[in-house]
Ligand binder design. Structure first.
Ligand code: N01
Length: 530
């Protein structure tokens, strides 16, 4: 059999693919990254809509593998903007000379395992082929856009912009009538900025969402200096928390606190801003009664901010707070006090048809020159099932996962030897600070590849038993508390026809890391080598 061209092929040049390449090269592997886009940055390359920012603080949402890098890079704001994060990704690519081994504008459409099960052929959309011993899918958790099935959308005369495929270059909405469909994190971030420009903005909301003020602000250089003086310790402390985020998570029970204390704690968190709102008490996601207290607090805030009582009620979510990903915003609710902004409740009046220059619901026809689609992603599995991955005996991953995915640690799948996933389904990923989690995955994969090389193993594969046991554990933990009780992308409910399965691992970052370390200590327990 011909020698494969590469030791390792990496798919995707986001934060996972970039760090994977850096590690592989340092270890002497012949590696190349294949990237569909024309630049690095992954999600931060594609999601260029106005208002796009990270909901994790910038000093935490960044690499830590290189002390000089984290000491030297200067973030300007508490929550970095998309352009700043993209600039950071580009800086890292230059600093570590990654561009030399990244092939841009190359979408991998197929992956086929060779007959011996010891390597893969990659097929690009242009019909080119590459061979590699190992493949690492660094394709991201939120990278395949979810397009709504809206009758007539194809006939809309003006631009239709998906937040996750935003065109390069600024879009000017001045004097235009804009429709936004979707009120998740993306919609909630972009709506206030579009409203400032547009002549009219109509927001089509299917489910109201909870959002907490971001309280974004320039970073205080003195505070950053103090943090950087102990960056390593700070990072280590963050990894001891469930989400891998440095913050105060109060263990106290909301059910045991007095009314005044409950109010004070929530008020404090609302003032501080950000996702950490849910850390006010330790049991907010455990009981309906406890959760109601947090949800009721936010609903009261909405009623206090939004002038029109009817609009305020429509904006008040009625479901569990924190079951869907909490949103963070700047002036989202206050935007509905503007004269040029209107909220349409799709539960009361579903969209019937998109016309050439309007959106018709059951109750009215709303004129529009531009439609912004903010309907999210085929999360966690979409980027894997969108590639035609054919494993042992020609089994297709997409077909195998028709009734839901399965994975060992979110890292590897039985039947697909020599294939790794960074932050795949069954990993804590989206419940954690993604960049440190990515680093942990990449380091684990790099160590595993060195182990295989040192022991002259040509094949590494998760065993069926280990995969089943881990997946059962992921499902069991996912059922704890209230998270799984709500339709969300965490359970695949946002994509029509997608199996309803709990996708990420809810057991927390420390527990997950402990399990990964234990697997290695037990000589790669759950993996078969050949
Ligand atoms: O997507 P979403 P997103 N007709 O799935 C609605 C991360 N992120 O892009 O709830 C009408 O959350 C849908 O309604 P419903 C973050 O992890 C982070 O906003 O399904 N509406 C919902 O309102 C986030 O969770 C950042 O009823 C339809 C919206 O579209 C994840 O990405 C920024 C519809 C989709 O919300 C996804 O966020 C942005 C239809 N057919 C994203 N289909 C930050 O770091 C769907 N909707 C801050």
């Amino acid at each position: 059999m011909a020698e494969p061209e590469l030791d390792v092929a990496v798919i995707g040049a986001g934060f996972a693919g970039m760090y994977m390449l850096h590690r592989l090269r340092g270890l002497g592997f012949r590696a190349r990254v294949f990237e569909a886009g024309s630049g690095v940055g992954g999600t931060w390359y594609w999601n260029r809509y106005p208002g796009a920012r990270c909901d994790i603080e910038s000093v935490q949402y960044s690499y830590q593998f290189d002390e000089a890098l984290q000491q030297e890079w200067v973030w300007s704001e508490r929550h970095a903007t998309q352009p700043e994060i993209l600039g950071y990704a580009e800086h890292v690519a230059e600093r570590f000379d990654l561009y030399a081994d990244i092939q841009f504008d190359t979408r991998i459409e197929g992956l086929e395992l060779n007959a011996a099960g010891t390597g893969w052929t990659l097929e690009t959309e242009d019909g080119a082929c590459f061979t590699a011993r190992f493949c690492v899918m660094a394709t991201g958790c939120l990278s395949v856009p979810n397009w709504p099935a809206l009758p007539g959308l194809e006939n809309f005369a003006g631009p239709v912009l998906h937040t996750a495929r935003w065109p390069h270059g600024a879009q000017d909405f001045t004097g235009r009538r804009v429709a936004v469909i979707g009120t998740g994190s993306s919609g909630i971030q972009t709506i206030p900025l579009v409203a400032e420009q547009a002549d009219r903005l109509t927001v089509f909301q299917r489910t109201a969402n909870y959002t907490i003020p971001a309280r974004n602000a320039p970073l205080d250089p003195e505070k950053v200096r103090a943090l950087k003086a102990r960056y390593k310790e700070f990072r280590a402390e963050a990894k001891q928390t469930g989400p891998g985020i440095h913050a105060v998570f109060r263990p106290a029970s909301v059910l045991e606190a007095s009314e005044d204390e409950v109010f004070e704690r929530f008020e404090e968190r609302w003032r501080d801003g950000g996702l950490i709102f849910m850390g006010a008490f330790g049991d907010l996601m455990l009981t309906q009664e406890g959760n109601d207290k947090a949800a009721g607090f936010v609903r009261d805030k909405i009623r206090a901010i939004v002038d029109d009582a009817e609009t305020a009620e429509r904006l008040c979510p009625r479901n569990i707070i924190g079951a869907k990903r909490l949103c963070v915003d700047t002036d989202y609710y206050a935007t509905y006090n503007r004269d040029n902004v209107q909220l349409v409740d799709l539960r009361a009046e579903p969209i019937e048809r998109v016309g050439e220059s309007s959106i018709r619901t059951g109750a009215d026809d709303y004129p529009a020159d531009v439609v912004i689609i903010a309907t999210g992603f085929d999360a966690m599995t979409g980027a894997l099932t969108n590639v035609d991955i054919r494993g042992r005996d020609g089994v297709r991953l997409a077909e195998l996962w028709d009734e839901g995915p399965s994975s060992y640690l979110g890292l590897a799948m039985n039947g697909f030897p020599n294939l790794f996933t960074v932050t795949g389904p069954g990993s804590p990923s989206v419940f954690t600070n993604m960049i440190p989690t990515i680093e942990q995955h990449v380091d684990w994969i790099a160590d595993c590849l060195v182990h295989a090389r040192d022991h002259r193993h040509g094949r590494i594969e998760a065993t069926g038993d280990a995969e089943q046991a881990w997946w059962a554990h992921v499902q069991e933990v996912g059922r704890v508390g209230l998270k799984a009780t709500v339709d969300s992308w965490y359970v695949g409910a946002n994509v029509e026809g997608k199996a309803r399965v709990f996708l990420p691992y809810l057991g927390g970052f420390p527990e997950y890391c402990r399990k990964c370390e234990e697997v290695v200590a037990r000589d790669y327990e759950g993996f078969a080598f050949g």
